[in-house]
Design a protein around this ligand. Structure first.
Ligand SMILES: [Zn+2]
Ligand SMILES: [Zn+2]
Length: 209
C-alpha cells in the first residue's frame, strides 16, 4: 500500500493519501487545505481518487473537500452526525480569521462498520464520537494502521469543549473502539506525531485502558 501523509493548512492537519499499488485507486482523508500539494502527490504516484473521507467536519479537516471533489470527481464520505458542523463552516472560519470554504455536503453517508475498498486494500470505519458527534477513525487491518482524526493523539485526546463535543463519549470511543485494536497498531492522528495503540493505552494521561 502507498501511504503519504501531508500536513495541510494553518492548523497543520495530517492529510493521508492511501492507495493500492496495483490498481492505483486512492482514498484521500481530511483534505483540509493545500489541495495543490495533494494533487502533486496523486500525480507523483499516478493515482486516481475513489473517495474523499472526512474524519469530522472541523474546517481544518473538511476545508478543501469541495475543491478536491471538483478537481477529481471523487465522492465525499462523512458521518451524518457532523452535517450540522459542516453547515457552520462560516462560524469556524471566523474563529480562525480565514475565508469560508464551501460546504461539500455528504455524497456517501458513513456508518459504523463500513468497509472502504480501494483496489485490493480496505479500510474499516469506526464511529468514534466525542470530539464531534460524527467523528470517524479508519482502521487498515493489513497494515495495522489507524487514521484517528482528532479522537486520539500522541499523549493527548481531542478537545471536547467545542460545539458537539462530549468528554464522556470520547473516553468511551477510545476505550471501546481504539484500545481494543492490536497494540502494535500505528496511529496517525489528525495533528502531530504518530504513536501506537499500545503506547497510548498505557501512557496517555487523559484516557487509560
Ligand atoms: Zn477537530
Ligand atoms: Zn483538527
Amino acid at each position: 500500500m502507498i501511504h503519504e501523509i501531508l500536513t495541510v493548512g494553518l492548523l497543520r492537519c495530517n492529510c493521508s493519501v492511501v492507495a493500492d499499488e496495483a490498481s492505483r485507486d486512492a482514498i484521500v482523508t481530511d483534505p483540509g487545505d493545500d489541495i495543490s500539494a495533494i494533487l502533486a502527490i496523486l500525480k507523483k504516484h499516478n493515482l486516481r481518487v475513489s473517495l474523499i473521507a472526512v474524519t469530522h467536519a472541523h474546517i481544518d479537516h473538511i476545508g478543501g473537500a469541495h475543491k478536491l471533489r471538483d478537481l477529481t470527481g471523487a465522492p465525499v464520505y462523512m458521518h451524518a452526525d457532523d452535517a450540522v458542523l459542516a453547515a457552520n463552516l462560516d462560524m469556524q472560519a471566523a474563529w480562525l480569521g480565514i475565508e469560508t470554504p464551501e460546504n461539500p455536503g455528504i455524497d456517501r453517508v458513513a456508518h459504523e462498520g463500513d468497509c472502504l475498498a480501494f483496489g485490493a486494500c480496505e479500510a474499516h470505519v469506526l464511529h468514534t464520537p466525542g470530539h464531534t458527534p460524527g467523528s470517524l477513525s479508519l482502521y487498515i487491518p493489513t497494515e495495522k494502521k489507524l487514521i484517528a482524526g482528532d479522537t486520539l493523539f500522541r499523549g493527548s485526546i481531542g478537545r471536547t469543549d467545542l460545539p458537539g463535543g462530549d468528554a464522556h463519549r470520547i473516553a468511551n470511543s477510545i476505550r471501546g473502539q481504539l484500545y481494543t485494536l492490536p497494540e502494535d497498531t500505528t496511529v496517525i492522528p489528525g495533528h502531530g506525531e504518530e504513536t501506537t495503540i499500545g503506547r497510548e493505552k498505557f501512557s496517555n494521561p487523559f484516557v487509560r485502558a
